[in-house]
Design a protein around this ligand. Structure first.
Ligand code: PXG
Ligand code: PLP
Length: 442
């Protein structure tokens, strides 16, 4: 232990193997958060930091919401756990009913998971099971998109399109990818959806021509790619993809783990874009990040297609020990009540013009090669250093934290997605900090 660790009474850092982290770099210079309230974190050395990332894109109603904590603690004292297979408890039905009311019309059958990764694997399995139930068991190919992030399960990395998440692992046979939609040449510094690139959706026709539509089960995309650095879809792209999937009998899955629960200004991106998928995956904002939970929304027809055979037959051989955990349900119901009461599922629609102007104001900062935004998501892409890609992004993240703002980075792209309770003044404050940090990056 060094002096700082001693003074801060820091825990031993060795045993915990950190996820998606440069463990050795982190442990040499740790960043520990000890409390949070509203749009601020507090660090172990007692500094307030504005949360420009809603934690990891999940704390949509802001931190320290007492109703959620109370609901969880009361639920744990009343019914801490109930088996989720062949048995259940009332709260999970209430939650599914509430979620079905928020969802796009028809997507009113809800399967519970514990994370976005599990939601994605569940959705892919529902797609395969559906086609099989319809007598089209040969539809087994699963199509994702380059730069897509669908969590870290074997299904999710197979359809995912970020090479670092794939290269060391096996992926599912039959997984294919549409080309990504990034085109800085035509679309750099677009405000909102880029105008060019709807035709990229026609890449699905290439895969249909190559493999035959009758071998393809589903296409999964993030309506706005998040992890890859906030990539809003070109105008018309999602509409075109919907059209092609319908034409070829392919299910369309929207991975709304980030875009769900108000991030764009509507409950789900499906409603924001007016494009309805067949299946929708969610997690994160479902419980305001306060409890692990995910939910998959399936169209009623997909659900109903599986409800066949003898009454005593299990229709879908899939589920988790903690599917619909009582405490997670309590957290989600309390979260939905906050969203409803405070209008948070549509607040991004009012805030986003301020947000857009504030982030695009940084266009003149050094090294900035693109700025992207939609709803309450935004990204600033920096030019990579020669032979040191990613170092500018990392330095900007560390510098921002020291200067009082928590931001995400991926490679040399900074990503922003604050709690939806943020005020216009706090938006200005956040980007003022980012401006001062960018000015210092060599
Ligand atoms: N799908 C999408 C679209 C996601 O963004 C997942 C699935 C997986 O969810 P879980 O709960 O299994 O992590 C995600 C998660 C980042 C970052 O800043 C993004 C995520 C998670 C952690 C970090 O790039 N997205
Ligand atoms: N591994 C073993 C040995 C198990 O018994 C179980 C569940 O019973 C699992 C994995 C799956 O765990 P979960 O249902 O929490 O995903």
């Amino acid at each position: 232990m060094n002096d700082i660790s001693d003074r801060l009474n820091r825990p031993d850092l060795d045993a915990f193997w950190m996820p998606f982290t440069a463990n050795r770099q982190f442990k040499a210079d740790p960043r520990l958060l000890v409390s949070a309230k509203g749009v601020h974190y507090r660090t172990e050395d007692g500094r307030e930091v504005i949360d420009g990332a809603a934690g990891l894109w999940c704390v949509n109603a802001g931190h320290g919401r007492a109703e959620i904590a109370t609901a969880v603690s009361q639920q744990l004292l009343t019914l801490d756990y109930a088996p989720s297979f062949q048995m259940s408890h009332p709260l999970v039905f209430d939650l599914a009913t509430e979620l079905a009311k928020l969802a796009p019309a028809g997507l009113d059958r809800v399967f519970f998971t514990n994370s976005g990764s599990e939601s994605v694997d569940t959705a892919l399995k529902i797609a395969l099971a559906y086609h099989r139930a319809k007598g089209q068991g040969q539809r087994t190919r699963l199509i994702g998109r380059e730069k897509g992030y669908h969590g870290v399960g074997f299904g999710g990395i197979s359809v995912g399109g970020l090479v670092n998440n794939r290269r060391a692992f096996l992926t599912l046979p039959g997984a294919e990818h549409l080309g990504h939609t990034v085109d800085l040449g035509r679309n750099a510094f677009s405000k909102g959806q880029p105008l060019q690139g709807a035709e990229r959706a026609d890449d699905l026709e290439r895969l249909v021509a190559l493999h035959g539509a009758e071998t393809i089960a589903a296409v999964i995309v993030e309506p706005v790619a998040g992890s890859a650095g906030v990539l809003p879809p070109p105008v018309g792209y999602l509409e075109r993809l919907r059209e092609l999937c319908t034409k070829h009998g392919i299910l369309l899955i929207f991975d709304e783990v980030i875009t769900g629960f108000g991030r764009l200004g509507a409950p789900f991106a499906a409603q924001y874009f007016g494009v309805t998928p067949d299946i929708m995956t969610t997690a994160k904002g479902l419980t305001n990040g306060a409890f692990p939970m995910g939910a998959v929304f399936a169209h009623r027809d997909i659900h109903d297609a599986l409800m066949h055979g003898p009454q005593n037959a299990i229709e879908f051989f899939h589920g988790y020990t903690y599917s619909g955990h009582p405490a997670a349900c309590a957290a989600a119901l309390a979260t939905l009540e906050i969203y409803r009461r405070e209008g948070l599922l549509t607040r991004a629609a009012e805030l986003s013009p301020v947000w857009e102007a504030a982030v695009h104001d940084l266009r003149d900062c050094p090294h900035v090669i693109d700025i992207r935004n939609l709803g309450m998501m935004a990204a600033i892409e920096l030019a990579p250093r020669h032979e040191a890609a990613g170092t500018r992004g990392y330095e900007a993240m560390v510098g921002a934290l020291k200067a009082g703002a928590m931001v995400r980075f991926t490679g040399d792209t900074l990503a922003f997605s604050p709690p939806l309770i943020i005020t216009p003044e706090q938006i200005e404050e956040l980007f003022a900090i980012v401006r001062s940090v960018l000015a210092q990056i060599a």
